[in-house]
Design a protein around this ligand. Structure first.
Ligand SMILES: C[S@@+](CC[C@H](N)C(=O)[O-])C[C@H]1O[C@@H](n2cnc3c(N)ncnc32)[C@H](O)[C@@H]1O
Length: 358
């Protein structure tokens, strides 16, 4: 079975087991939660998972979409050669895991290897539910998961891992620390604490929603933190110069994937009034290594845009972190039509080609 097929099975089974009520009731709960996620954060309770309605909405819609997004991102990072130093039996930590979203994405994409996991969240209930569901698919002997409830804004002693981690995933959590500028010192303090238990050669993957404020908050953190003394930036950037898509710019850096998601999700999204595709996210991948080694080439940061006399253009970010314009018809034709987030190389005497060179 391919990892994509396994991903679909995991998500569809999850919906059958977790859905509470009719589609109309689920749609209303998802819409309400979605508004709470995108509107002013002060309207939201800290531990929103204490409410059964919120947990049900998360299980039905947000968790499956986020597991999908993260699996595709891990797949892309792997194919770009950015996760080469993850060992055969890795130790993976998922911080602000909710119902073990990062754990599930990793296990689904790399199911062939055994792994050990630590999942941390402020909600013990969502952690327990997440582990119970995960263990139906991945037996505890093969992929054991330890769960810890703790406040990530508090002291690391309460939630940090004592075992050095090969990969730490922090997905869709930083925006809950508060508005980007106001919470910047809390964010930097947090990533500094996290890097202390990343193994030498190990990775820290920060993921945020592809919305403007959340994405630009990630760019701002990148420029303010720069990996501290020990971490180097691996992706998506081609260099460590200042991000050209920071706060108050009209565009923001994000990556998209075309996912043939399980049918129930498309139906549910139709009821809610959401567009089904593509799935998008913003991310930063850091590695605990002294010497940064960036991929060569350009990272595409847009879909084909306005037509010029030479046709549409696609924006790319180069190794000086400058945005440049590429003629669309010089780019390879992509089956799924998704350019945003992919890398291109300039081969001698030829057009641009897709792929990365490390
Ligand atoms: C939007 S959910 C993301 C869950 C999962 N990582 C995903 O990508 O779907 C944010 C999670 O972060 C947790 N969280 C937010 N702030 C936290 C804090 N200060 N300490 C611990 N967990 C926190 C929430 O309980 C929630 O499970």
């Amino acid at each position: 079975m391919t990892w994509e097929a396994q991903l679909s099975t995991y998500i569809s089974t999850l919906y059958e087991q977790k859905k509470a009520g009719e589609t109309r009731a689920i749609s209303a709960a998802v819409l309400e939660m979605s508004r709470n996620f995108s509107e002013l954060r002060r309207f939201r309770k800290n531990d929103y998972f204490s409410e059964a309605r919120a947990r049900s909405a998360y299980w039905s819609y947000f968790a499956p979409r986020n597991i999908g997004r993260l699996s595709f991102l891990l797949d892309q990072l792997e194919s770009e050669g950015h996760l080469d130093e993850i060992p055969q039996k890795p130790y993976v930590v998922d911080l602000g895991s909710g119902p073990l979203v990062g754990v599930a994405a990793f296990a689904l994409r790399f199911a062939q290897s055994d792994a050990r996991f630590l999942a941390v969240d402020q909600s013990r209930q969502i952690l327990s539910e997440g582990r119970a569901y995960f263990s139906q698919f991945f037996p505890r002997e093969k992929m054991p998961v330890q769960i810890v409830s703790g406040n990530l804004k508090g002291s690391i002693k309460k939630w940090g891992s004592r075992t050095p981690a090969d990969l730490v995933i922090v997905a869709n959590v930083l925006n809950e620390f508060g508005a980007p500028k106001r919470s910047m010192s809390a964010r930097i303090n947090f990533v500094e604490q996290v890097q202390s238990f990343v193994k030498p050669g190990g990775y820290l993957l920060l993921v945020e929603p592809a919305q403007r404020v959340a994405s630009q908050g990630l760019s701002l953190l990148r420029d303010a933190w720069r990996g501290g003394k020990k971490m180097s930036l691996k992706a998506p950037c081609m260099g460590l110069h200042q991000c050209p898509m920071g706060m108050h710019k009209s565009s923001w850096c994000h990556t998209s994937f075309n996912w043939e998601q399980p049918e129930y999700l498309t139906t549910l999204m139709g009821h809610i009034g959401f567009e089904p595709n593509p799935v998008s996210l913003s991310y930063l991948l850091w590695q605990k290594k002294k010497r940064p080694r960036f991929s060569s080439g350009l990272r595409l940061v847009s879909q084909p845009l306005k037509r010029t006399s030479q046709g549409a253009i696609v924006l790319g970010c180069n190794d000086k972190n400058k945005i440049i314009e590429l003629t669309h018809n010089r780019l390879p034709k992509l089956e799924d039509g998704i350019y945003r987030g992919r890398c291109v190389q300039k081969k001698k005497n030829s057009n641009l080609v897709l792929g990365t060179e490390n």
